[in-house]
Write a protein that binds this ligand. Structure first.
Ligand code: PGA
Length: 258
């Protein structure tokens, strides 16, 4: 197995309350107890806005980072009822922001807005978990590569610091559905993304994640794709057992490699 850091990122979506920190606390304890095995992992939980600050306080001395799940496109404060911007997320302790998630795209967010959000988050020195991926219709029409290319092109400017961006490939049809791409298909897409970003931005060291119905069972298969630097985990990140099983099973010895 590779010597590189692997990311395990929980996306709690609109779940959790003040006492849910216990889930993260138990995960933290487990990782600490097994630190020899888990020397090379980064664990991040992107929680609802209301939980960023209390969880930041709880985990600021630990190796676990807390992040948010979106921000407004405006850099400055303003009359945007119900919103928060990147600066506000940072101010309450977020180190990461998920941006471009398909659940937000479904509500009207487009590449132009996502581009502005990423720019603002980077300005605040936040790390960005940039989500992109094709819908089932696009997959059926064999448009996956074109769609991904367009999303990356329109959201990521050449001047952005790619060290601060985690590229999260999340096929829309896979999120919350229990369906996942075959290892062959996923491997092809990951290779395509790598090649495309290397060429377009002349940058090789960026990180690439997979997200969409990751669980303790399918992670063993995903672990065979060495190019994947980590995982964005929705549903399963709300359970300490499921999350710990995912990490453990990732590090099981692979039976074969692609
Ligand atoms: P899921 O969500 O793991 O529940 O499919 C992933 C995500 O939305 O990032």
């Amino acid at each position: 197995m590779t010597n590189k850091f692997k990311y395990f990122i929980g996306n709690w979506k609109m779940y959790g309350n003040l006492s849910s920190f216990k889930i993260i606390q138990n995960i933290e304890k487990y990782i600490k107890k097994n630190q020899n095995k888990f020397k090379k992992i980064k664990v991040i939980f992107c929680v609802p806005s209301t939980l960023i600050y209390p969880f930041f306080l709880k985990f600021k001395k630990s190796k676990i980072s807390i992040g948010g799940q979106n921000c407004h496109f405006s850099k400055n404060p303003g009359p945007f009822t119900g919103s928060l911007n990147a600066q506000m997320a940072k101010n309450v302790g977020a180190k990461y922001l998920i941006l471009g998630h398909s659940e937000n795209r479904k509500e009207g967010e487009n590449n132009h807005l996502i581009n502005k959000k990423i720019e603002n988050a980077l300005c605040e020195n936040l790390n960005v978990i940039f989500c992109f991926g094709e819908t089932i219709e696009e997959k059926k029409r064999a448009r996956t590569f074109q769609v991904i290319k367009k999303q990356i092109n329109e959201c990521i400017k050449a001047k952005f610091d790619l060290n601060k961006i985690l590229f999260a490939y999340e096929p829309v049809w896979s999120i919350g559905s229990g369906k996942t791409p075959s290892i062959n298909d996923l491997s092809k897409v990951i290779k395509f993304i790598k090649k495309y970003i290397n060429k377009k931005y002349k940058f090789k060291k960026f990180k690439i994640l997979y997200g969409g119905s990751v669980n303790a069972k399918n992670i063993e298969n995903f672990s065979k794709i060495n190019e994947i630097d980590g995982f964005l985990i929705g549903g399963a990140s709300l359970s300490q057992k499921k999350f710990i099983d995912i990490i453990n099973n990732y590090y099981k010895k692979p039976k074969w490699k692609l």
